[in-house]
Design a protein around this ligand. Structure first.
Ligand code: SF4
Ligand code: ZN
Length: 343
């Protein structure tokens, strides 16, 4: 006997919701998923009428579903937002060039303006060239730091008021776990926030409308809606630490689906004891971007690349940053330390 949809009791159920276990028909699943995102947006007051919002679009499932749902909810509930797509081209042959083709198709499908900012034009380095120099161990550090700034720069060029990203509940839970494992209190406090206010000049506020959407449901939504997305992994993707956290989380989810939400709620409810020293935000003395050090991470990484000292931005070399900033020569031993990379 076919199972009936537990919501409308009319149509046949085609799936069991990973988040709630309810058996639903396609239409009721779409509605439940979309309206949950809507409730997240309303409860956290993510947008104000008249704002221009840049959707960070990679062509992957999360940002494709985000673009689709944002457009739909903006029309359905009259948010009054002007939406645009912003993509970052890291310069990864065989990966980003293909996924950007997907973004370009999405642009046509959703009729939204698109801006692509590339590492090559912003930093003079593609990820292909960076990997050639730094190897496959620390490449994601460069890529992550550069992407954050690139998105901000793209957003400023487009004059958007806010950026929204496709981070989903699994991503947030994973980040909570990683920050606990690393003992990174400053990040732990920030990583569960659904939106970040502008922290200074050159930083555009960000938010995560899919913060409570399970990855499995995003995949189901994209599949049943037949959305056009790109599903290949980055060719430079080892990122082992995140990989372990991810596998651990998936194991937990298979035993208890609510684990994902439980971990997010734990992260949200952690508070930092008074008197714990937190990094003070200032601005980078070279490029003006926010930084808790004299030089921002991006400028340090770039300096390392340009000088052939790729280890400069990796690990703890703050003392050497000062030297570099004041253009003092490095000793032979210091140079050696910063040159060696593990491939
Ligand atoms: Fe960049 Fe690493 Fe992500 Fe690839 S896996 S896009 S190198 S951060
Ligand atoms: Zn800088």
């Amino acid at each position: 006997m076919p199972v009936l949809c537990s919501s409308c009791s009319e149509k046949r159920a085609v799936l069991k919701r990973p988040k709630t276990g309810h058996s639903l028909c396609k239409a009721c699943f779409f509605w439940a998923f979309e309206e949950e995102v809507h409730r997240t947006i309303v409860a956290a007051k993510l947008f104000r009428p008249g704002e221009t919002v840049g959707i960070a679009a990679s062509g992957g499932k999360d940002s494709t579903v985000l673009a689709h749902v944002m457009k739909l909810l903006n029309e359905r509930h009259g948010y009054g937002l002007e939406l645009m797509l912003i993509s970052v081209d890291e310069g990864i042959t065989g990966y980003r060039d293909d996924s950007l083709e997907t973004v370009k198709r999405n642009q046509q499908q959703y009729e939204l303006p698109l801006k692509i900012v590339s590492y090559e034009e912003l930093y003079g380095w593609t990820m292909d060239a960076i990997v050639k120099q730094v190897g496959l161990k620390n490449n994601c550090t460069f890529c992550g730091v550069f992407r954050r700034q690139a998105l901000d720069r793209g957003a400023i060029m487009l004059k958007v008021d806010k950026i929204c990203t496709g981070h989903n509940a699994d991503d947030v839970a994973e980040t909570v776990l990683m920050n606990i494992l690393r003992g990174d209190i400053a990040r732990l406090r920030r990583c569960t926030a659904i939106s970040t206010a502008s922290e200074g000049d050159g930083v555009v506020p960000r938010c995560k409308p899919l913060k409570y959407a399970y990855e499995k449901e995003i995949v189901l939504y994209a599949y049943f809606k037949k959305l056009d997305y790109f599903s290949t992994e980055c060719i430079y993707s080892p990122n082992a630490y995140r990989g372990y956290a991810r596998t651990f989380l998936k194991d937990l989810e298979s035993i208890r689906p609510s684990s994902i939400m439980d971990i997010i709620h734990s992260g949200e409810n952690l508070s930092v004891r008074e008197g714990v020293k937190m990094p003070v935000q200032g601005t980078c003395s070279r490029c003006g971007y926010i930084s808790s050090q004299a030089l921002c991470k991006s400028c340090v990484l770039l300096e390392g690349l340009n000088r052939g000292l790729p280890k400069l931005g990796i690990g703890k070399h703050h003392r050497l940053h000062e030297k570099i900033l004041s253009q003092q020569p490095l000793t032979e031993q210091e140079e050696r330390k910063l040159k060696s990379v593990d491939f």
